[in-house]
Design a protein around this ligand. Structure first.
Ligand SMILES: Nc1nc2c(ncn2[C@@H]2O[C@H](COP(=O)(O)OP(=O)(O)OP(=O)(O)O)[C@@H](O)[C@H]2O)c(=O)[nH]1
Ligand SMILES: [Mg+2]
Length: 404
């Protein structure tokens, strides 16, 4: 039950900080967490998205809106072939192929040979580099959809790649898109191109408050992307995208519920309070998976995870039993031991509090890691942990950081 196999000697319902630091050695925790995190990242795989569109049509802006500012503007990526205009950018959970600076119509030959090279590569390495979806971007005000566009889409489909046509920078009033955008969408579809759902997805990735233009269409594009990519890369897509946090929360809830249920079973024989709190390997695996869902970079996740030993130390001061009284129906902690229901609630609360830390970090609320105050992080974590505990064993179902 204990991290690093160390045995707890704690018996009473309140314990000293020294006892907790023996039960929960910081170094052992960091080591175990790092190993679990490495495993979570290596198991997740990557989703491959290929983005086409004329120069300046808004590809990078769209990519940044959905995946965060990871690749599109700064990284040049690896050219697919010599003098290619397709670039491959790779991060843990995302492989992005950007037709940066390419002109469809002018660079057709290069684009097609780059595409063929990518598909051949992916077949050579057992389908690992398979392209899961192509976003074919057309700016609403280009007003033309040419034969070369049709040819490239047909080539993509010929390679078995689902194509989503994205119209970019589309002005909208109320729920009506600009009539010229509507006309262009109709003319694209009249060409009979084999595109997803036989529809065009109008988007505006960047709101323009001066013109009263809202951001729109991004959620629909993301939903369509989930529909076309294979199930086995949904987890990677959920981790990679930084737009729809409901999807991340829902994935985290599942991980928390599974770990809480397992802790309930594992905790069935009563165990000492503090050793139960944060020492179950399944809890560490749960935390690693949640960090992966929120795509927290490895070093940052390790830095943030110090909240757990910090909470252990805080509990040493306030007394673990007083905290466990927050759990509805927990009853008295007899002889410093707790049973299945409390184990499940503690694991659930730990997962919920950690997911809040991860979500706020992913949204950039904490700033650079060296400026993150451990006190601030520690008190956030403790407060979330308490709130989650007081919601009881059903927390994993009801947890929603927006409401917390
Ligand atoms: N208002 C508004 N401007 C946008 C939108 N999308 C892109 N832009 C602007 O259009 C310009 C070009 O956008 P990029 O995202 O760099 O275009 P790109 O397709 O990546 O261009 P290349 O990398 O050269 O092929 C930038 O000034 C963006 O700010 C949008 O949805 N709304
Ligand atoms: Mg670009």
């Amino acid at each position: 039950m204990n991290i690093g196999g160390k045995k707890s000697t704690e018996q009473g319902s309140t314990t000293s900080a020294t006892t907790i630091s023996q039960v929960l050695p910081v170094d052992d925790f960091a080591q175990d967490f790092s190993e679990n995190l490495k495993q979570a990242y290596s198991e997740q795989g990557a989703v491959t998205v290929c983005v086409f569109g004329k120069s300046g049509c808004g590809k990078s802006t769209l990519i940044n809106t959905i995946f965060g500012e990871i690749v599109a503007d700064t990284g040049y990526g690896r050219p697919v072939t010599q003098d290619s205009c397709l670039y491959v950018h790779e991060s843990g959970n995302l492989r992005l192929i950007d037709s940066r600076g390419a002109e469809i119509g002018r660079d057709d030959q290069q684009l097609q040979s780059g595409l063929d090279a990518l598909v051949a590569d992916s077949k050579a390495d057992g389908g690992q580099g398979r392209i899961h979806v192509a976003w074919y971007c057309v700016a609403w005000n280009h007003r033309r959809f040419e034969d070369s566009d049709v040819r490239l889409i047909e080539r993509l489909r010929g390679h078995g790649i689902p194509v989503i046509v994205v119209m970019t920078k589309v002005p909208m009033i109320g729920d009506r898109i600009h009539k010229d955008a509507q006309t262009l969408a109709e003319s694209i579809l009249s060409r009979g191109v084999p595109v997803h759902m036989q529809r065009v997805f109008p988007t505006c990735a960047l709101a323009d408050p001066y013109r009263g233009q809202p951001q729109h269409g991004i959620a629909e594009l993301l939903d369509a992307t989930y529909e076309v990519v294979p199930d086995e890369v949904h987890a990677a897509l959920t981790s990679a995208q930084q737009f729809d946090f409901d999807r991340k929360r829902s994935a985290a809830r599942k991980v928390i519920a599974t770990a809480a249920a397992a802790a309930g079973l594992a905790g069935a024989p009563p165990v000492p309070v503090v050793s139960m709190l944060f020492t179950v390997p399944a809890q560490i695996a749960m935390m690693a998976k949640i960090a992966q869902i929120y795509a927290i970079p490895f070093d940052r996740a390790r830095g943030l995870a110090v909240v757990v030993p910090t909470l252990g130390a805080q509990l040493g001061r306030v007394g673990a039993a007083s905290l466990l009284k927050l759990i509805p129906g927990a009853g008295p902690i007899v002889g410093g031991v707790i049973g299945a229901a409390v184990s499940a609630a503690v694991t659930g609360a730990l997962g919920c509090a950690w997911a809040v830390v991860c979500e706020r970090s992913a949204k950039g609320e904490f700033g650079p890691m060296d400026l993150v105050g451990n006190d601030m992080l520690g008190s956030l974590f403790l407060s979330e942990f308490k709130q989650a505990l007081s919601r009881g064993t059903a927390i994993s179902r009801t947890w929603n950081p927006k409401a917390a």
